[in-house]
Ligand binder design. Sequence first.
Ligand code: PRP
Length: 206
Amino acid sequence: MVYESKHPLVKHKLTLLRSASTKPKKFRELVRELALLLCYEATADLQTTPIEVETPMGNAAGQELSEKIGLVPVLRAGLGMVNGIWEMMPGAEVWHIGFYRDERTLKPVSYYNKLPTSPTVQVCLVLDPMLATGGSAKATIDILKNWGAARIKYVGLLAAPEGIAALRQAHPDVPIHVAQIDSRLNEIGFIVPGLGDAGDRLFGTA
Ligand code: PRP
């Protein structure tokens, strides 16, 4: 399933994020806020266990999250999406996966993976602002599936139709949550109209 957010706050913040006049500090704030909003939507089906809690007035029936969550940012740009979500789910584990895209072939090149041998979480949220060709997301999810992750969701900000199609074909069981699906990829593999290079804009390295 592909979920493109309809939330007005997401649309508003995404528009600010796209603007070439948005500086890295503001860009980081917006990525953090958008990640939180999208994560809120993407986690609507997390499982809970009924528990009782004692209030000052008596007992109340409540619920607690019963699944262990893993946040999996794809380096570098995915890092910008971690902190907001982590504040909301402080018990989540964060597992970093490093890929950069070869500028010539557009294929993802792996450079960091320190996952332990067996999975320690039940639900993995793959975090990466940009789904362009879909190569990085597909490769990250390949790794997580080989690791034994039971349930995986992709949470991104912008996607190209090409990336959505590639990811759906490779991993039809992985729901895709994005703020918006743009028109296309250009000849150098950038999303159009997009927002430029998310990693460079986050880290001020443009
Ligand atoms: C960007 C982006 C994704 C990837 C998307 O990373 O953050 O990880 O490209 O492209 P794809 O869908 O075609 O694989 P980049 O390689 O620029 O690295 P960075 O995050 O370190 O800047």
